[in-house]
Design a protein around this ligand. Structure first.
Ligand code: SAH
Ligand code: SF4
Length: 382
């Protein structure tokens, strides 16, 4: 919580932690609520702006605390309203945050780690390796920065950020405590007040952490499946060797069951030409997901140099979708590329994330935004 300045950063503290902080200072716990509103609703980072906090307490806070988000390296706003921020975190690495407005909703795609250790074969972030975990302040700081760019909460009739997906860089379940604290702040009314159904954690399948997640939160869950059998999934998502489908699916089913009625697992499936896009794969998937209340997002592979994979033809994508759809699944496909977003890329971005990587996030997030738009009950629910 403290850093090189030796001060405690209040940005990443949940209400419970901030109350404990004020208690330790010998102050009343209700101060936490006051300060949280200043930080998260009004985007304030200066204690002197907190007009309902007395001067003596402000001075006390200034001496031991700070409100500090990650450094914004660049901010781009595209013609269609999409916004992108590249932010630098304490480790020196940069990560990206993307905001996508669509049909009255605004989805923010947030990063949890700089790089990723899991090395999925089709993912360029994975190819980059792991650099660092983001702190809770650096994760919620991405929401804080984006929110500030739309003006403060009371000024807004409609909230600009209605959905958050943990689908940026990194595996959120491998940075568990910081991600959970940040998601708690996203959902807290003293934070960003986003519904639990509209905060989505996407994972490649860290089974023990899925179980742990169910004990501490009730956010929406997305599983990056990408293959309907262990042999193939071992190749695409190496983590599958540790947590095969026979333990992964039951863990996801248990998580969803724990959420109660009308909650679904989102299945993400990146379609790779001639690798996992054949009718046989669709048929296996139909069997595999029989007991899972789910919605399926097909993500046509977004190529990057030397990946060794290709995007399937539109016909192959449609054939795959039709097979799942005819079996009763709710399936969405999104192929639109964020061309103008790519065009807006700055050079600094290239140091940490190339154009291809940004597009693939864009596609995946757009798709999830689509999927969250219509909550229809899949006919495969049994
Ligand atoms: N680590 C987590 C969350 C970040 S990755 C996870 O794996 O779920 C989020 C999504 O990015 C993945 O589900 C995958 O669908 C998508 N993705 C990664 N590389 C991609 C690529 N080259 N083309 C299309 N989607 C990709
Ligand atoms: Fe990591 Fe997700 Fe990329 Fe796999 S797909 S390497 S888990 S970021």
């Amino acid at each position: 919580m403290t850093d090189t300045t030796g001060k405690i950063n209040l940005l990443g503290l949940t209400q419970a932690k901030l109350e404990a902080f004020f208690e330790e200072l010998g102050e009343k716990r209700f101060r936490a609520g006051q300060v949280m509103k200043w930080i998260h609703h009004f985007g304030v980072d200066n204690f002197d702006d907190m007009t309902n906090v007395g001067k003596a307490l402000r001075d006390k806070l200034k001496a031991c605390a700070e409100i500090r988000g990650p450094e914004v390296v660049s901010e781009d706003i595209s013609k269609d309203g999409t916004r992108k921020w590249v932010v630098r975190v304490a480790s020196g690495s940069c990560v990206e945050t993307v905001y996508i407005p669509q049909n009255g909703r605004g989805t923010l795609c947030v990063s949890s780690q700089a790089g990723c250790a899991l090395d999925c074969s089709f993912c360029s972030t994975g190819k980059q390796g792991f650099n660092s975990d983001l702190t809770a302040a650096e994760i919620i700081g991405q929401v804080w920065i984006a929110n500030k760019s739309f003006g403060t909460v009371p000024a807004k009739v409609d909230r600009a950020i209605t959905n958050v997906v943990m689908m940026g860089m990194g595996e959120p379940l491998l940075n568990f405590d910081n991600v959970v604290d940040a998601m708690t702040l996203m959902m807290d009314d003293l934070g960003y007040g986003i519904s639990k159904r509209k905060v989505t954690l996407s994972t490649s399948g860290v089974v023990p952490m899925i179980e742990k997640l169910g004990q501490v939160t009730d956010v929406a869950l997305a599983l990056s499946l990408h293959a309907p059998n262990d042999e193939l999934r071992n190749q695409l998502v190496p983590l599958n060797k540790k947590y095969p489908l026979s333990v992964l699916l039951p863990a996801c089913n248990a998580y969803i069951a724990g959420l109660g009625e009308k909650r679904f697992l989102t299945i993400e499936y990146t379609l790779l030409k001639d690798v996992n896009d054949q009718p046989e794969h669709a048929r296996q998937m139909i069997e595999l997901l029989r007991e899972t209340p789910c919605k399926i997002n097909l993500i046509p592979f977004n190529p990057f140099p030397y990946s060794g994979y290709e995007r399937p033809s539109n016909n192959a994508i449609r054939r795959f979708q039709d097979l799942l759809h005819n079996a009763g699944y709710n399936v969405t496909v999104r192929t639109t590329r964020g061309e103008d977003i790519d065009a807006a890329c700055g050079q600094l971005v290239g140091q940490v994330m190339d154009r291809t990587r940004r597009s693939e996030r864009y596609i995946a997030v757009r798709q999830l935004a689509d999927e969250q738009a219509g909550v229809t009950v899949p006919t495969n629910r049994r």
